[in-house]
Design a protein around this ligand. Structure first.
Ligand code: ADP
Ligand code: MG
Length: 242
């Protein structure tokens, strides 16, 4: 099903339940979750380990499917897509950033950024390299383009990974603890980069354990035992990340 692509709401999660089968029986990881994110909005999801944050991101990115409920991202009801359509949809619509980046060690930084372009059959080799260098410049690591990832610092690798996530100019960026193994200075740089991308109209949804994240994001929501709470109801909860 297609919706209007210019819609203000770029991510719409409605009544999503996720129940995992375990030896002990069904485990409810998400319990009737509703979540919206607008075009150009930077939203942080916080909450204790095991509260369901990554599960929610997996629903939004189509890495996993809800047990029930609906997920519409950039006009596409992704639960209705076959696996192969979903893979193609994801590579054009979504940039994924994780805590432990997996830049391919035998490719240069620029080649890593070009890889998703090849997968999307976007442009030609030469244009793709120009675009990769532009993206690396955007995150201030273009001087590292022709090095292997192992020779970059952690922060530089993380920024290169953000450039790779931007390869196909996706409208949505999903980041799961992107600053989790960075020192505070490089964490700030990463958050600043994501902030800038939201300013350019991308919708950024990020799971984080950073304190003071409200400095960077438009909105903070909290997961607790598979349920989502907005900032207005935060006072009723225990401190997060405890
Ligand atoms: P968070 O990212 O907030 O730390 P997760 O979304 O990864 O939490 O996990 C939420 C809950 O669901 C946890 O209790 C976790 O153990 C459980 N869980 C996650 N994935 C699976 C799975 N594939 N099978 C069974 N249980 C899972
Ligand atoms: Mg997680």
């Amino acid at each position: 099903m297609m919706f209007n692509n210019n819609h203000e709401v770029r991510i719409q999660v409605r009544g999503v339940r996720k129940v995992y089968d375990t030896v002990a029986g069904g485990y409810v990881a998400l319990d009737q979750v509703d979540f919206d994110a607008a075009t150009g909005e930077f939203v942080a999801i916080v909450g204790r380990s095991g509260s369901g944050k990554s599960t929610l991101l997996n629903m939004i990115s189509g890495i996993d499917r809800p047990t029930s409920g609906s997920v519409v991202v950039n006009g596409e009801s992704i639960g209705d897509l076959t696996e192969s359509k979903l893979a193609r949809w994801r590579c054009r619509n979504l940039g994924l950033v994780f805590q432990f980046q997996q830049l391919l060690p035998t490719l240069t930084v620029a080649e890593n950024v070009m890889l998703p372009m090849d997968f999307a059959k976007r442009g030609r080799g030469r244009d793709n390299r120009v675009r990769a260098l532009e993206l690396l410049d955007l995150v201030d690591v273009s001087d590292q383009s022709d090095k292997l990832p192992a020779s970059l610092s952690g922060g530089q690798q993380q920024r290169a990974a953000i450039a790779r996530a931007l390869a196909n100019d996706p409208p949505v960026i999903v980041a799961d603890e992107p600053t989790g193994n960075l020192d505070s200075h490089t964490a700030d740089e990463t958050l600043e980069t994501l902030r800038r991308l939201a300013g350019d109209g991308k919708t950024v949804v990020m799971v984080t354990h950073e304190h003071d994240v409200s400095r960077w994001v438009d909105r903070v929501v909290t997961m607790s035992d598979g349920r989502l709470f907005d900032a207005a109801s935060l006072g009723a909860l225990d401190p997060v990340n405890g």
